[in-house]
Design a protein around this ligand. Structure first.
Ligand code: PMV
Length: 360
């Protein structure tokens, strides 16, 4: 499973002089979190995520073959229809990292146009959806060059390439649930790419995720810095071992359709992630007072109504509210009446579990 050589094209392919393609990729929300990495986005522990549906990046790439080898410093990147030179270094780093696996890119000039369905300043990280959409476009070109590539191979390599751009992007290719990182309980799981997991009870395949935008600004400490602080973290080994246990426990919970077990485990995972930030050196806090208020309200609501409203957190102040579709009417009223007030400018996003990449 961990053989990178399988992703290096070995044969002479077709001549493709120009090609344009458009892909839309979703964001995802981890239930068991990836926090801490080795070398290039190799996770220190396995993770599990819900793929989202509405929060997406749509990217058009125009590949034009050149006479001379390209170093991709002259990339053209547009965001929301406007030139976005600040995105160029990120895309160039991504291309440099994937070149050993997509050497044909050396011959192409790329014109990239990208838009997000969610506001740029919403505090929602777009790197997972952005890298997955870009990787999908590259894999579409690869499919033109090597038409014998199977759909399965294409999807697997797409996740592999996306991972090199942003770790969690490996989980934005398919849905509704994706595993990433090796674990003995799932022999087909890999550190190199995400795999779709289909054994969850039906109730989880239509789960809702309402994202409460507590802080729409850029977070004060990036994920890259946070991952690095797991090196020499006093609790790192315990955290990795806890995540391994949570991974196996969560899969059993999902398979059984155990909604109480889900709420208990997913909330402890979210708080463990933030506990790592609270206890790193230097330490930092990404939760805001309103994040805590929402957590308390969610727990109170669950206790008094016995409805299955659960929270999880990303590496930021925003809160993801997870709940089953059949409870969405009642829970929706609670969100509108009690929780929307905690959001910056009263903004939130209603999303749900989705299926992954779409070719446009
Ligand atoms: O993919 P990165 O490097 O942005 O890291 C993502 C980290 C978390 O979102 C906090 C957890 C996860 O598994 O997605």
């Amino acid at each position: 499973m961990n053989d990178k050589a399988q992703f290096v094209p070995r044969t002479q392919g077709n001549e493709i002089s120009s090609f344009q393609t458009i892909w839309s990729a979703p964001s995802n929300i981890a239930l068991v979190k990836y926090w801490g990495k080795k070398e290039l986005q190799i996770p220190c522990n396995p993770s599990v995520s819900f793929t989202l549906d509405q929060c997406r990046t749509t990217t058009s790439v125009r590949f034009k073959k050149q006479k001379t080898a390209q170093d991709h410093t002259s990339l053209a990147v547009h965001y929301d229809g406007k030139p976005a030179p600040s995105f160029v270094p990120k895309v160039k780093t991504f291309i440099d990292r994937i070149l050993p696996y997509a050497p044909y890119l050396k011959e192409y000039h790329l014109q990239i146009d990208t838009v997000n369905s969610f506001p740029h300043s919403s505090g929602i990280a777009s790197s997972a959806s952005a890298m997955a959409a870009l990787a999908a476009a590259v894999m579409d070109l690869e499919q033109q060059i090597y038409p014998s590539l199977t759909v399965e191979d294409q999807i697997k390599k797409c996740s592999f390439l996306a991972r090199l751009g942003s770790g969690s992007a490996a989980r934005s290719v398919e849905g509704p649930l994706v595993l990433w990182g090796e674990h003995t309980a799932t022999p087909d799981s890999s550190d190199l790419f995400g795999v779709r997991w289909v054994k969850a009870a039906d109730v989880f395949k239509t789960y809702r995720d309402t994202i409460l935008l507590v802080d729409k600004g850029q977070k004060e400490v990036s994920s890259t810095v946070g991952h690095n602080l797991m090196h020499n973290h006093p609790f790192a080994e315990n955290r990795f071992s806890q995540a391994n246990d949570h991974y196996q426990d969560l899969l059993a919970i999902l398979e059984k359709g155990d909604l109480n077990g889900f709420a208990d485990l997913v909330e402890r995972e979210a708080l463990s992630l933030h506990a790592m930030m609270l206890t790193s050196s230097p330490s930092y806090i990404l939760m805001h007072p309103n994040t805590i208020q929402i957590i308390q309200e969610v727990r109170r609501y669950r206790k008094t109504t016995a409805l299955n409203l659960t929270f999880t957190l990303d590496a930021g102040a925003n809160v993801h509210l997870l709940y089953p579709e059949h409870e969405s009417e009642q829970i929706g009223q609670f969100i509108e009446s009690y929780l929307r007030q905690y959001c910056q400018d009263n903004e939130l996003i209603y999303d749900r579990v989705g299926t992954g990449l779409k070719k446009m």
